[in-house]
Ligand binder design. Structure first.
Ligand code: SF4
Ligand code: SF4
Length: 422
């Protein structure tokens, strides 16, 4: 993917509409950490007026890639693309930190990832207390670098390795058939998400294919500038998806970041490979976020309406940036949840939670925490017992932020909430 920094920079009319809503600017109110500032800097870089030194690296790594600015900008200037591309140049110049290299190696080698997670799960209880309800783990004592931070649980068996490849829920020739793309969070950590989706599909008599060789969508590597890993993962997934595409009505994804990566970023990333783009376009005709597909293409709403739920629990719904701002999916999960739950809207459900990617969660975690606290204040004000979002990254960020602030609100994926009432 080649990006014209000068064109994007010159297209910015400096109106400033994007600045007040920018996630990083709200935390660090400096022009250089704003969409307008980022675009000015990438233009200066391309003109040879800005050296990519450690200071520039630090500035460009502060963007959350939340796409709030792209949504607000009158000409939808792709600040996110500019940041992703400059991070590639930064990664080429400075290299990638060793722990990220290890993580991306594991993402590229699924069998080793499966083995490593399962091995880690054996030893984790020595250091961490595992909570099966929240599917998280918290250090038993303050650990170097991470303190008492809450992490997603490691499972001995991943979601994909727990279930059969084909799950027959109907003998009818008319029955729908879907493939599930789980995403790494739902596959290795928050496995209740996939289990809940299977329960819902069973209730709807929809047959299921669990493609076992699916790989990471590539989002963590893209946000970090490791384009070689992204390229490998996209090509491996496209080759594999084509082997079953004609056998299914849809490929559904219970994770906003993976869905946005596949539906939007894969094609953008392959902008110079026409043949690849055509193959991705064909696949994308069948790719949906899980809530969107269940709402639009099945009788789930009808099924939920027929249930006798007497005491409706109060919940609040957080909009993952990749669902609301990129894929425009926000009505569907609310419509499904609203049948059996009281949704108490928070003051700004679309405000970014502050997850921000691997770098933000490691080297820039203090900034991420500040964004998380803004969100937990909103959640607390609703007095809801549960906060929900169709995204494992938001779940990791909010679970940790709620724990840090001592707020007693549990996180549940919308599919978990739906499966609980079925
Ligand atoms: S993507 Fe988010 S954090 Fe980055 S410049 Fe845009 S609004 Fe700010
Ligand atoms: S809204 Fe768009 S044109 Fe206006 S300052 Fe922001 S990026 Fe530039």
């Amino acid at each position: 993917m080649n990006f014209d920094f000068t064109k994007a920079s010159e297209a910015c009319v400096k109106c400033g509409k994007c600045v007040p809503s920018c996630t990083i600017h709200q935390i660090n109110s400096d022009e250089v950490t704003s969409p307008r500032g980022f675009l000015e800097l990438v233009g200066a870089y391309q003109r040879g007026e800005l050296e990519l030194d450690k200071n520039a690296k630090d500035i460009f790594e502060k963007c959350f890639l939340c796409t709030t600015c792209v949504n607000i900008c009158p000409t939808s200037l792709p600040t996110d693309l500019a940041i992703e591309n400059i991070r590639r140049d930064i990664a080429q110049k400075f290299g990638i930190a060793w722990f990220k290299k290890v993580y991306f190696f594991l993402l590229r080698h699924k069998k080793i990832m499966d083995f490593s997670i399962s091995l880690g799960a054996l030893f984790i209880p020595l250091l961490f207390k595992v909570d099966k309800n929240t599917q998280s783990m918290k250090p038993r004592f303050s650990l170097p670098f991470v303190g008492k931070r809450v992490f997603p649980r490691l499972n001995r068996k991943s979601f994909l390795n727990t279930h059969d490849e084909f799950i027959q829920n109907s003998d009818s020739n008319e029955a729908l058939r879907v493939a599930i793309f789980a995403g790494c969070f739902s596959n290795y950590h928050y496995t209740k998400t996939g289990d809940s989706l299977l329960k819902i599909l069973k209730a709807l008599k929809i047959n299921v294919l669990l493609p076992k060789k699916q790989r990471c969508c590539g989002a963590p590597a893209l946000f970090t500038g490791d384009f070689k890993t992204v390229d490998k993962l996209i090509r491996a997934n496209v080759d594999y998806f084509e082997t079953f595409l004609d056998e299914v009505d849809a490929i559904i994804i219970p994770e906003a970041t993976c869905a946005a990566m596949i539906k939007e970023d894969w094609e953008r990333f392959m902008s110079e490979d026409e043949a690849m783009r055509a193959r991705i376009k064909k696949i994308n005709g069948k790719v949906f976020m899980a809530s969107e597909w269940l709402y639009k293409k099945t009788k789930l709403l009808e099924l939920l309406g027929g249930l006798d739920v007497k005491a409706k629990e109060n919940i609040t719904y957080h909009d993952p940036c990749h669902a609301r701002k990129v894929l425009k999916v926000f009505k569907e999960p609310r419509a499904l949840l609203g049948v059996n739950y009281n949704i108490k809207e928070m003051s700004d459900p679309a405000q970014c939670c502050g997850f921000g990617g691997v770098t933000m969660q490691s080297e820039k975690f203090t900034i991420s925490q500040k964004a998380g606290t803004k969100k937990t204040d909103m959640i607390k004000d609703t007095n809801a017992k549960v906060v929900s979002a169709e995204c494992g990254a938001c779940r990791m960020q909010l679970t940790n932020a709620l724990d840090k602030e001592g707020i007693d609100t549990a996180f549940k994926h919308p599919l978990e909430l739906i499966a609980e009432v079925i």
